[in-house]
Design a protein around this ligand. Structure first.
Ligand code: FAD
Length: 690
């Protein structure tokens, strides 16, 4: 990119989901606006690993340069384990590497942001037009809450597996209290089973991400500058006024570059858009955070804001297969014939590379006495305080995954399906802070605090029982993968079966669990739960006296010309899967959602896009620009020539990135090879914490 970075109007620190949306909208609204996006990671333009949705597993490799891995403190609530939570690290951030699941928050989530946390303009009625503005909803025509002319396409993907169809058949036949819907993401309803849409273009089979459809399609605009491989260290101030950013070369992407800090200045605005982990760290290194923490790291206190880096929140699941089931396992293992076949299909917008294997699900909340009995007394208080008056809020999300959510190295080679379940609004909240005042590459001091509250265990227990009953009745069920199921006492009715010849009858009685069985399920969750990759809340938008970091116009308290635009609150959902294989326990919480004052009952990409759109509107108003309705952005692709500075090609990785230094010492952490070089062009592997 041909620019001399002497001066810009606006600088974005972090080039992820929300930053691409906000920067793209502003650039399109006024192409003379000089905008710089500084991003730690690399470009994603037209790379198969990014544009082919079905390659998302490749990014989970520990050697991946497109994710940053955050290692949490070991905790008793997790049976002594440390959780490793990744976040996107490339142009587009999480949206360029994620699983492309299209899940919207509940309307009441945003209403809470507006009323409970006193943020006028952030309620569901204000944000719905922005949700619609981002999308072209190809999955169904004429749905009143969806958009039909936005830059990002939403469809069922190039292939819906027979595992999903089986799931929906069994779930709707056996759950007499809930029904099927064509639109489980209409924004207002939950407790309905449905097919699950994806952020995938039905016509091209490509990932729908803001990097390509808000930024790369403006290649002709030389005032929109993207600089990759740069770690933002801190904000530069004149008094209270933010005037620029200081940054250094990213050590993962540019290991041999000079580490001398560079400065770049913005005449109008500095926006921190580095996600739930990055944005609070930049604030703290800039002297904005809890005074005692800043003093500990020899950082002069500029603004004492104790909430910076607090409020971190996270998902889980599992069952097996049959040789007839359509699954991603061969693709994940790097089977060359399977990869070639699907690469060919992808050129027509079809096949597994144009899909994600997560094709059905439900946002579910209790209805019956049996549901409440299974949730137990630990959940009663949470139900009364949080859920009873918000009928659109699900307690968990669950659905099938057409692949093994676990270690492909140790599991026998075959086809698997898993059931994933996610605690949508965990009570437990953690924190993420800097461990060094000077070094932006230093690992964060991160406490995920998962499962610190008994209600979070109760919710997951319910998820395990519900999904297990469906899985046992599915046509492709061939037993439970014992290594990742609870260890029930010998003789318990709940004991897991290994290999079996087929499913039980639809009308077979449900399993009855004893107190001892429930304890075995809780132990299992403590040992196996993992993140669902949806962090948020670490720079919460609330009144300052109530623990806020930014005001409703995204301004950082105690400063001028400095905004945070991101969706990461550290809050994660807990999830579990019970395939007869492994469980996939996820815990939501991560992303541009740093400003989210409270959790959303959904995967967070949709909310990150919405925050990006809202940030663009707010910034445009502040700057006196016009950003009107939809269609500002061309949806066609153009070349990126002239859009970026030359950055050396990333080195071939032969060792784990710095983020993994010391991981070998963590008990219970295994790094297992998941996919091969043909599949990812990188050293493959997936982290499983077991
Ligand atoms: C593996 C994974 C799978 C997911 N799957 C789904 C899914 O299927 N559906 C869904 O809805 N959501 C999913 N999500 C979540 C979703 O992608 C995120 O919520 C969303 O991308 C958050 O957007 P953001 O703008 O807040 O942050 P990000 O997109 O994470 O962007 C932050 C950017 O800032 C950069 N950065 C950080 N620190 C610095 C620094 N100091 N200097 C310079 N740059 C910096 C990062 O490299 C990153 O590119 C997933 C996330 C992950 C990680």
């Amino acid at each position: 990119m041909n620019n001399t970075p002497a001066d810009f109007d606006i600088i974005f620190g972090g080039g992820g989901t929300a930053a691409c949306v906000a920067a793209g909208r502003l650039a399109a609204a006024n192409p003379t606006l000089r905008i710089l996006v500084l991003e730690a990671g690399e470009h994603t333009k037209n790379e198969d690993s990014h544009v082919q949705p079905g390659r998302y597993f490749g990014h989970l490799s520990p050697a991946s340069t497109t994710l940053k891995f955050h290692v949490g403190k070991p905790s008793e609530a997790l049976a002594g384990r440390s959780l490793v939570i990744p976040s996107g690290r490339c142009i587009g951030g999480g949206s360029s590497v994620n699983f492309t699941m299209y899940t919207r928050a509940s309307a009441s989530d945003y209403d809470d942001w507006e009323t409970q946390f006193k943020n006028p303009g952030w309620g569901s009625q204000c944000l719905l037009p922005l949700l619609r503005k981002t999308e072209t909803y190809q999955a169904q025509p004429n749905q009143p809450t969806h958009g039909y002319s936005g830059p990002l396409k939403v469809s069922w993907g190039g292939h819906v597996t027979n595992v999903a169809n089986q799931f929906l058949e069994v779930a709707t036949a056996t759950d007499h209290d809930r029904t099927y819907t064509e639109d489980a993401n209409d924004f207002y309803e939950c407790n309905k089973y449905g097919k699950w849409p994806k952020w995938i273009d039905a016509e091209t089979g490509k990932r729908s991400d803001p990097a390509h459809y808000y930024i790369y399609n403006q290649g002709a605009n030389e005032n929109l500058v993207i600089r990759t491989g740069q770690q933002v260290k801190r904000v530069l101030f004149e008094g209270e006024k933010a005037v620029g950013l200081e940054y250094v070369a990213d050590r993962v992407l540019r290991p041999d570059a000079d580490q001398a800090p560079q400065q770049v200045y913005a005449s109008r605005l500095v926006v921190l858009s580095s996600g739930a982990f990055g944005s609070p760290a930049i604030l703290e290194r800039s002297g904005i955070g809890a005074a005692d923490l800043l003093v500990k790291h020899d950082i002069p206190v500029k603004v004492d804001l104790p909430a910076v880096g607090e409020n971190f929140q996270g998902m889980l699941g599992l069952f097996v297969l049959h040789d007839e089931a359509e699954t991603f396992d061969a693709l994940i293992r790097g089977d060359i014939a399977e990869t070639t076949k699907n690469s060919d299909l992808w050129t027509e917008g079809k096949g597994l590379l144009a899909a994600n294997g997560m094709d059905a699900g439900i946002k579910i909340r209790p209805i019956t006495g049996e549901d409440f009995a299974e949730l137990g007394p630990e959940f009663e208080g949470r139900w009364k305080d949080y859920f009873v008056n918000a009928p659109d809020k699900p307690v968990i999300w669950f659905g099938p995954s057409s692949f093994l959510l676990g270690d492909h190295i140790t599991a026998p080679v075959r086809r698997y399906f898993s059931m994933a379940y996610v605690n949508e609004y965990p009570i437990s909240m953690g924190s993420v802070h800097i461990s060094s005042g000077e070094d932006p590459h230093a690992p964060s001091d991160f406490n995920p605090a998962f499962l610190n509250h008994p209600a979070d265990l109760a919710t997951l227990r319910w998820g395990y029982k519900k999904t297990r009953e469906i899985a046992r009745r599915m046509k492709y069920y061939r037993g439970e993968h014992l290594p990742i199921h609870p260890k029930f006492a010998a003789g318990s009715e709940a004991s897991c079966s290994g290999e079996v010849s087929g499913p039980i009858a639809l009308d077979a009685p449900r399993l009855k669990y004893t107190e001892e069985d429930d304890k075995a399920i809780d132990d299992f969750h403590r040992k196996f739960i993992q993140t669902s990759w949806h962090s948020l809340g670490t720079c919460a938008m609330k009144p300052r006296e109530e623990g806020g970091v930014v005001d409703p116009r995204l301004n950082v308290y105690g400063t001028t010309n400095l905004k945070v635009a991101g969706d990461r609150r550290y809050s994660t959902s807990l999830c579990f899967s019970s395939l007869c294989l492994p469980s996939f326990f996820l815990s939501r919480g991560s992303g541009f959602l740093s400003i989210a004052p409270a959790n959303v009952g959904a995967n967070t990409y949709s909310s990150a896009l919405t925050v990006g759109e809202k940030a663009a509107v707010i910034i445009a108003e502040d700057l006196g620009l016009q950003i009107d309705g939809v269609g500002v952005l061309e949806t066609s692709e153009q070349t990126i020539s002239g859009l970026d500075e030359l950055v050396p090609a990333p080195p071939t990785k032969t060792k784990l990135p710095d983020d993994f230094a010391g991981l070998e010492g963590i008990e219970g952490l295994t790094i297992s090879s998941l996919v091969n070089d043909e599949y990812t062009n990188s050293k493959p592997a997936m982290i499983t914490v077991m």
